[in-house]
Design a protein around this ligand. Structure first.
Ligand code: NAD
Ligand code: UDP
Length: 333
C-alpha cells in the first residue's frame, strides 16, 4: 500500500471495491492486488463486465461478487473504494431513476458498511458536481452550476447527494472518508460501447466510421490517463486526515475537435469528422485545478495525452480484433 507520498507502507489490507468490474475499478483492483492486498470486487455488471477482471481471477486474494449497491451489503474490510455507478452520460441517462438510486442508496450502504467495521471509505465523485462551470479552471471551493431538473441531474445530483452523505458521516464521527472529484479519465478496458468521447472516437476511427463530434467541438475537457488517476486515488485514501473533496485529473485541456483530430492522426484512420447536435446541458469547459492534490498528496499526472491515447488505441485494436475473431469463429461453427 502506498502512503500519501507514494511510498509503500507494506501492510496487507482487506479492500472492498464497489464497481470493481468497471473501467476504473478493474485498474484499481489490479493495482491493489499488485501491492499485496486482499480485494473484494462488488458489481452488478450493469455497465461493467466480469471480463474486465478475468485476468485477476487466478489470484487467491481476489473475489468477485455480483451485487447491486442499491441494496445493503456487509464486508469486514479496512478500506472501501466506492465506485459503483454508471459514468458515461449515454449510460447513466438510459435509466435515470436507477442512476439516482444507485448513487444515493449506494453511498449510504457503503458508508454504513464503513461505519460498522471502522473501515476508511473513498467516494468516487466527479467533476460533474461543478455542472456547466462559470469558474475556470474549477477549484474544490467552487460550488458549481448544476441544472437540478436537466437530463444530467440524475448523475450530477446523485453524486452531490453522495458527497453530502459522506460529509455528514464524517461530521457525526461515524466514518473516516475521502472524496475524490474525478475528472475525465480514459485508458485501456473502457467498454467498446461505453459511449464516452475517447472510446467512441477511437472505436469509430479504427472501424473507419464517421467521428461524431457533438456541436462545433469547441467545448473542452481535460483527460487523465487511468494509471495517474489510480495513483491519485491510492494517495488520497492513505492520506492520514479526512480532508474534504479533492480534485483528481490532468489539467491539460483540449477541445473535443482537437481530440478527434489527434485520434485520427494517431490511428492513421481515413474516417471523416461529422457534427451532431450538442446534447442538453453539455458542459462547455472543464479543467481541474489540482493545487490541493499536489500539495496534500504530491499528486502529479505523468502520462501526456498523446502517450495515453497510443496505449488506449493499441488496447482497442486488440479488443476489436478479438471480437472479430470470435464473430468469425461463431459464423464458422
Ligand atoms: P464504469 O461504468 O466502467 O464502471 C462502473 C461500474 O459500476 C461498472 O462495473 C458497473 O457495472 C458498476 N455498477 C453500476 N451500478 C451499480 C450498482 N447499482 N451496483 C453495483 N455495481 C454497479 O465507469 P468508470 O469510468 O469505471 O467509473 C467508476 C466510478 O468513477 C463511477 O462512480 C464514476 O462516477 C466515477 N467517475 C469516473 C470518471 C471517468 O472519467 N472515468 C469521471 C468521474 C467520475
Ligand atoms: N462527445 C462527442 N462525441 C461523442 C461523445 C461525446 O463529441 O461521440 C462530446 C460530449 O458531447 C462532450 C464531450 O465529448 O462535450 C465529453 O463527453 P463524454 O460523454 O466523454 O463525458 P462528459 O465529460 O460530457 O461527462
Amino acid at each position: 500500500m502506498a502512503d500519501a507520498n507514494g511510498r509503500s507502507v507494506g501492510k496487507s489490507l482487506r479492500v472492498l471495491v464497489t464497481g470493481g468490474a468497471g473501467f476504473l475499478g478493474s485498474h484499481l483492483c489490479e493495482r491493489l492486488l499488485g501491492e499485496g492486498h486482499e480485494v473484494i470486487a462488488l458489481d452488478d455488471f450493469s455497465t461493467g463486465s466480469p471480463e474486465s477482471v478475468a485476468h485477476l481471477m487466478r489470484s487467491r486474494r481476489f473475489w468477485l461478487v455480483e451485487h447491486d449497491v442499491a441494496l445493503p451489503f456487509d464486508y469486514e474490510v479496512d478500506r472501501i473504494y466506492h465506485l459503483a455507478s454508471p459514468a458515461s452520460p449515454a449510460r447513466y441517462q438510459r435509466d435515470p431513476v436507477r442512476t439516482t438510486i444507485t448513487n444515493v442508496a449506494g453511498a449510504l450502504h457503503a458508508l454504513e458498511c464503513a461505519e460498522r467495521h471502522g473501515a476508511r471509505l473513498l467516494q468516487a465523485s466527479t467533476s460533474e458536481v461543478y455542472g456547466d462551470p462559470e469558474v475556470h479552471p474549477q477549484p474544490e471551493s467552487y460550488l458549481g452550476r448544476v441544472n437540478p431538473v436537466g437530463v444530467r441531474a440524475c448523475y450530477d445530483e446523485g453524486k452531490r447527494c453522495a458527497e453530502s452523505l459522506v460529509m455528514d458521516f464524517h461530521r457525526q464521527g461515524r466514518a473516516s472518508a475521502r472524496i475524490a472529484r474525478i475528472f475525465n479519465t480514459y485508458g485501456p478496458r473502457m467498454a467498446v460501447d461505453d459511449g464516452r468521447v475517447v472510446s467512441n472516437f477511437i472505436v469509430q476511427a479504427l472501424r473507419g466510421e464517421d467521428i461524431t463530434v457533438h456541436g462545433s467541438g469547441a467545448q473542452t475537457r481535460s483527460f487523465c490517463y487511468v494509471d495517474d488517476l489510480v495513483e491519485g486515488c491510492l494517495r488520497l485514501m492513505e492520506h492520514p486526515a479526512d480532508v474534504g473533496p479533492v480534485n483528481l485529473g490532468n489539467p491539460a485541456e483540449v477541445t473535443v475537435l482537437e481530440l478527434a483530430q489527434e485520434i485520427l492522426r494517431l490511428t492513421g484512420s481515413a474516417s471523416r469528422i461529422v457534427h451532431r447536435p450538442l446534447p442538453e446541458d453539455d458542459p462547455r469547459q472543464r479543467r481541474p485545478a489540482i493545487e490541493l492534490a499536489r500539495r496534500l498528496l504530491g499528486f502529479e499526472p505523468r502520462v501526456a495525452l498523446r502517450q495515453g491515447l497510443r496505449a488506449t488505441i493499441e488496447s482497442f485494436r486488440r479488443a476489436l480484433a478479438g471480437a472479430g475473431e470470435q464473430r468469425a469463429a461463431a459464423m464458422a461453427s
